[in-house]
Design a protein around this ligand. Structure first.
Ligand SMILES: *Cc1c(COP(=O)(O)O)cnc(C)c1O
Length: 296
């Protein structure tokens, strides 16, 4: 089977009186529209991993994640679409939630494992799939060189140039791919990473190890709102306002934090007048389902 999706990810301008006041333009690259389940950067990250699995005749994808992992869901949906079997090894005791429901709906087998064992993923893979010649190891979050290759293709799709590109960072793989794309196309765009973890400075090392050429970029570490998966009333209020005024869904784990950072930096006069800012909507909106009680 040909492992490909036709990429539909338009760039749309978003408007707000704040942008006019500070004379900046803000655009959103709608990677969330690529696929309803294999959304955003998760498709870009999986594309060459799946091609590599197919090339090696590995028919069974085995990957890892927390119980709310967008990567687990994307892998489950991609496996179903492209004819692979899939197993998700889930951190922590057995639970049921909307993300795992959608994983199971796509035929993924789930194995729950305690947090201690979860640390050594190759050992878990060997423990369960040593005798399965078709099993293919995919790291947590899909982090790999193949993943950065897929993410760098985002840059080729741009038909305009921007002064800034913003992206929310978990493992930093998506950021590294986009930076490589900017370097490759010799674009003079400043890259801005928004880590969603507390003390997100460590992400620089994760990003840099995947860069083809070491270049400068900005790391905005002050927008974690308490840490991974954490949120505040202020962030929730911002997200509600953003969704209700644009019709574009963002969520508190990744894209909400990135958009908040952009609005906040604009209001503080961080950008030169006339700046064009492109934010990557990396998808992940199903994450909202795990946070319904925070909203209303
Ligand atoms: C996984 C994810 C990210 C983080 O991507 P990394 O490559 O791990 O940095 C960002 N946004 C969304 C919506 C995600 O699901």
């Amino acid at each position: 089977m040909n492992i490909n999706l036709e990429i539909f990810s338009p760039v749309q301008q978003i408007n707000d009186p704040l942008f006019a006041e500070h004379n900046v333009k803000v655009f959103l690259k709608r990677d969330d529209l690529i696929h309803p389940m294999i959304s955003g950067n998760k498709w870009r990250k999986l594309k060459y991993i799946l091609k590599s699995a197919q090339h090696r005749h590995k028919n069974h994808l085995v990957t890892f994640g927390g119980a709310y992992s967008n990567h687990l869901l994307a892998t489950a949906a991609a496996a179903a679409k492209f004819g692979f079997k899939a197993t998700g090894i889930v951190r922590g005791e057995a639970v049921d939630n909307d993300t795992l429901f959608l994983c199971k709906l796509h035929g993924m087998q789930l194995i729950f494992t305690d947090r201690e064992s979860y640390r050594d993923k190759p050992a878990l893979f060997n423990q369960y799939f040593d005798d399965d010649a078709e099993a293919f190891f995919i790291d947590e979050g899909g982090s790999s060189t193949e993943a950065t290759q897929g993410c760098s293709e985002l840059v080729e799709e741009l038909t305009d140039t921007y002064d800034h590109i913003f992206c929310a960072c978990g493992t930093g793989t998506t950021a590294a791919g986009i930076i490589n794309g900017l370097t490759q196309h010799q674009l003079n765009t400043n890259f801005n990473a928004v880590p969603v973890f507390k003390n997100g400075g460590f992400i620089k090392e994760e990003i840099d190890k995947f860069l083809h050429k070491q270049v400068a970029y900005d790391l905005h570490t002050g927008y974690h709102f308490g840490g991974y998966g954490k949120t505040t009333d202020e962030l929730i209020k911002f997200i509600k306002q953003f969704v209700a005024s644009t019709g574009i869904v963002i969520e508190p784990v990744y894209t909400g934090k990135m958009m908040y950072a952009i609005y906040d930096l604009i209001s503080k006069g961080h950008f030169k007048p006339g700046s064009k800012i492109l934010a990557i909507h990396s998808g992940g909106i199903w994450g909202l389902l795990g946070m319904k009680d925070k909203f209303f």
